[in-house]
Ligand binder design. Structure first.
Ligand code: SAJ
Length: 423
């Protein structure tokens, strides 16, 4: 199938790089987003996403004349839906964005078009939700128009490289649909392209992230066991991973982001009677901040009135994304226990709603009773220990991400690590 013009609906951290990649491949791309602020920012040459290399790619896409942005779709050869799929408070999938994005295509859908859902979705979404909406046009999926599901698997911070290099799975409602999807992505994907059916592709995406969540949960549970048995979990994991077929992930303060902490719930909602281990892993990870608080309480004696300098709010190292961040949950629990917490987040100097933040790290550390490392930002791994000792009386550190280098102990600080039962 040939493509001259496509619409990419949703200009978030996946939609915008994808739209720019297609524009760079030489086809016309209309980037669509209902958020007027995003349209305004992009039209003014700005960027609402922090991703290495993206600004250059978006600027080139615009200057080539191939990329344009709009609040609504236009007639095109293909439509890609890349909108968020969060969950409600009860952990049920919130499919409103997928529904409204699919509805927005109806006036422009024509015979021979290809529609692709990229958003991470519960199993059977393409067949049971997207297909019936599109068929309200009277066109029949698989014969009048082609329909696929193709998830992204890129790692925030490495999106542009992984969009090109990663293996891509494309699930078609028919094999002809999947083949058309391959024709489209082959415009920039250099990695292998695997064809299958829609529900298998949806399941593959959920399995990838759910497997990671379960593996992080076992690492977090090991941190609790090691703490109780007087073992340093970091040393134990390092030794266990020398086994040729063992790969234990890293414990931490919990699991954040809008993927790993969200996607497993789609399985639990779709089949609660079957997804028992998956649900338990989510519970373990969601409770990890409590385990951090119990360690801080043990170290500090009482939390009431204690001044804690929290390093990091992001959901993981070296990103500016705070969604579902366990660091934020941990801080809320510490405050509920009476501690006075102030945070420093280098990737979000403006801070975060409801959390006291300090943009000057020295000021934050100067009168703290405890330094709590919650995110393994490279900047925190390289802190100038001697300088900190000179500007602050704090000498106690709780490190939840194995980020404190040995120099801290050499300089006279006492470092308490999450999951280290020796301390
Ligand atoms: N985490 C740990 N211990 C670990 C690894 C991660 O506690 O050993 C925590 C992180 O700190 C973070 C959370 O888990 O809070 C998730 O981080 P991540 O790096 O595992 O995942 P994401 O959400 O940034 O990206 C994942 C990736 N999926 C997999 O690695 C299977 C990425 O490839 C996906 O494209 C992305 O989800 C997505 O958008 O689905």
């Amino acid at each position: 199938m040939k493509f001259n013009k496509i619409c990419v609906i949703g200009l978030g951290y996946i939609g915008l790089p994808t739209a720019s990649m297609f524009a760079a491949s030489g086809i016309k791309v209309v980037g669509v987003d209902v958020n007027q602020e995003i349209i305004r920012t992009l039209s003014a040459g700005g960027l609402h996403i922090h991703e290495p290399g993206l600004k250059t790619m978006v600027d080139q896409a615009f200057s080539s004349g191939n990329l344009s942005v709009s609040a609504q779709p236009e007639e095109a050869d293909a439509f890609i839906i890349a909108v968020p799929t969060p969950f409600y408070g009860d952990k049920k999938a919130d499919m409103r964005f997928v529904k409204s994005a699919t509805e927005s295509i109806l006036p422009y859908l024509r015979k021979g078009n290809l529609v692709i859902l990229e958003s991470t979705s519960p199993p059977r979404t393409t067949n049971k939700l997207v297909k019936p909406i599109l068929e309200k046009t009277g066109l029949v999926a698989g014969s009048d128009f082609l329909l696929c599901y193709s998830p992204e698997r890129v790692l925030p911070g490495q999106i542009l490289r992984e969009l090109v290099e990663n293996t891509r799975v494309i699930g078609g409602i028919t094999s002809q649909s999947a083949e058309a999807g391959r024709d489209l992505y082959r415009l920039f994907v250099k990695g292998e392209i695997i064809l299958t059916d829609t529900t298998t592709a949806e399941m593959v995406k959920l399995m990838e992230n759910t497997c990671r969540d379960v593996n992080i949960a076992i690492a977090n549970e090991f941190s609790r066991l090691a703490d109780r048995f007087g073992v340093n979990v970091w040393e134990a994991i390092e030794i266990a991973n020398l086994h040729p077929r063992v790969k234990i992930l890293n414990p931490g303060p919990g699991v954040g982001g809008h993927c790993i902490s969200v996607d497993p719930w789609f399985f639990v909602e779709a089949a609660p009677d079957l997804a028992q281990l998956i649900a338990m892993a989510r519970k373990v990870n969601d409770e990890q901040p409590k385990f951090v608080v119990s360690l801080v309480e043990r170290v500090m004696g009482t939390l009431s009135g204690k001044k804690i300098a929290a390093l990091g709010l992001a959901y993981k190292p070296d990103v500016d994304d705070l969604r579902e961040s366990p660091a934020i949950e941990t801080i809320h629990l510490l405050e509920q226990a009476g501690a006075i917490v102030e945070a420093y987040e280098p990737y979000k100097p403006g801070g975060y709603l409801g959390i006291k933040t300090q943009v000057e790290l020295d000021l934050l550390l100067a009168n703290a009773d405890l330094i709590l490392i919650l995110v393994g930002h490279a900047q925190f791994r390289e802190l100038d220990v001697v300088h900190i000792k000179s500007i602050s009386a704090v000498r106690t550190i709780v490190d939840t991400v194995n980020a404190a280098k040995p120099e801290w102990e050499y300089a006279g600080f006492k470092v308490y690590q999450l999951g280290n039962g020796h301390q």
